[in-house]
Design a protein around this ligand. Structure first.
Ligand SMILES: Nc1ncnc2c1ncn2[C@@H]1O[C@H](COP(=O)(O)OP(=O)(O)OP(=O)(O)O)[C@@H](O)[C@H]1O
Ligand SMILES: [Mg+2]
Length: 259
């Protein structure tokens, strides 16, 4: 039997939210949120600012715990995991943060080498080669000796993606990979994310409010609104949704295209 296949022969999810609830004080952010991500699949989480998209990703990493419900990651129920157990999960799943979260005092090359050094499996020579390959893959090879402060937002994001990949993950979570960059750079980053999924067979979750990015990337979409999943399925099906907020997202995007 193949890993990831259930007895019935269907693919079992790599990530699954089962009725997840999460509140901060009185503010209920996620309410009975359920969706799943299959191995090798790309799922985009859409929704308005503040709806809980980043909170959902933080639950996958185990930075936050649900108040109720279960979170399955890499086929394991991580809901009750302690930090030591989560460390094993974080070797398989890495996150590209909304702000990049690079180490300011390390060069681009040192940033990307960081997860490799932590593993203590490779020689310095091997690390040099791997970092070279990763920087080339994301298109910032010439930036190796620069500091993050020397880079544009888009380049920083590319470096953050390279650093996430250097941990050789099975799954990458991207938080708003195309915000605050120009449309061309946004397009390049979108292409890069699509290419990495295919080349490295990555399972991917992309949080965004960029409808065009979601259309280009997503196998399936989770649309969050007022704490709930109001749509879960392929983009094509979402285009037929009658939910007012989804119509607004779709129509605003059409206006942007005409402008
Ligand atoms: N650690 C925390 N403590 C208290 N409240 C939090 C915490 N993390 C998130 N929140 C709240 O949860 C809500 C959802 O936040 P979240 O960052 O997930 O939104 P988002 O959908 O990612 O928005 P954006 O698109 O602007 O990034 C917000 O009201 C936020 O203030
Ligand atoms: Mg966010």
């Amino acid at each position: 039997m193949l890993i990831g296949m259930s007895a019935a022969g269907t693919l079992s999810p790599y990530i699954e939210f089962k009725d997840v609830c999460k509140a901060f004080g009185d503010r209920v952010v996620l309410q009975d949120v359920s969706f799943d991500v299959l191995p090798g699949e790309m799922v985009c989480i859409l929704g308005r600012s503040g709806v809980g998209k980043s909170v959902a990703l933080h639950n996958i990493m185990g930075f936050l715990k649900p108040d109720s419900g279960r979170v399955i990651v890499a086929g394991q129920d991580i809901t009750g995991y302690n930090e030591a157990q989560l460390e094993g999960i974080r070797k398989k799943v890495t996150m590209v943060f909304q702000n990049g979260a690079l180490f300011d005092s390390l060069t681009v090359g040192e940033n990307v080498a960081f997860p490799l050094r932590e593993k203590r499996e490779l020689s310095e020579e091997q690390i040099f080669q791997v970092v070279d390959g990763l920087l080339e893959m994301v298109g910032v090879k010439e930036m190796r000796e620069l500091l993050p402060s020397d880079l544009s937002t888009g380049m920083k994001r590319s470096v953050a993606i390279a650093r996430a990949l250097s941990a050789q993950p099975e799954c990458v979570l991207y938080d708003e990979p195309t915000t605050m960059v120009d449309p061309l750079m946004g397009n390049l980053l979108g292409d890069l994310i699509a290419r990495l999924k295919l080349q490295l067979h990555l399972t991917s979750v992309v949080v965004t409010h960029d409808m065009r990015l979601a259309k280009k990337l997503a196998d399936r979409i989770v649309f969050l609104h007022e704490g709930r999943v109001i749509f879960f399925g392929p983009y094509k099906d979402m285009e037929n949704s009658t939910e007012p907020i989804i119509r607004e997202f779709l129509e605003l995007d059409e206006l942007k295209l005409e402008a």
